[in-house]
Structure formats: C-alpha cells, structure tokens
Write a new protein. Sequence first.
Length: 95
Amino acid sequence: MVQLMTPESVLRGDPELFASHSDAILDGAIPYLDFEFEHLPLSAVAILIPGVISRVIPGLDYVGVFVLIGTLLTVALALVVDRIGHQVGDTMAGR
C-alpha cells in the first residue's frame, strides 16, 4: 500500500518537535540536561536556524521557515547534481 504525503502529514510531525527544542535552547535550556534531546549534538544547529530566523523576522513561524529552508536546500542539491551530471557527461563524451 502506498501512503501519499500531504502537507498536513508532513507538517504535523517533527517540525513541531524541532520548534519546541529550538525555543527551549534559545530560552537558555541545555539539551540533554534540561530536556530530552534525541538527536546528535550537531543537529542542534540545523534545528536552531529556523528558530532564530522566526524570532528575528516577525510574522514567520518556525514550521514555515523550516519547510522553506528544506525546499531551498533540495533545489540547490538538485542543481548541483545536475551540474555534476553535465560535467561527467561532457568528460565521457570527450568534450
């Protein structure tokens, strides 16, 4: 059985948890000590970026910024892979 991803199913999961972790850290809490943080320490950077942006720019919510950043990074990765594919193709064709 194939389960389709809808915007509601994507946005109700981890981004809300990440938002609460981000809020806790930005309010001075220490991961692992003050609250349960089930991610590797370096992942806190990725979790904090949308939190900082949503606090600095009024009117933006964490989940919206999280989705926007994820979309932009996906597009950037697709462009890089496309460029590499063209370079490899040119090299193999002797150009």
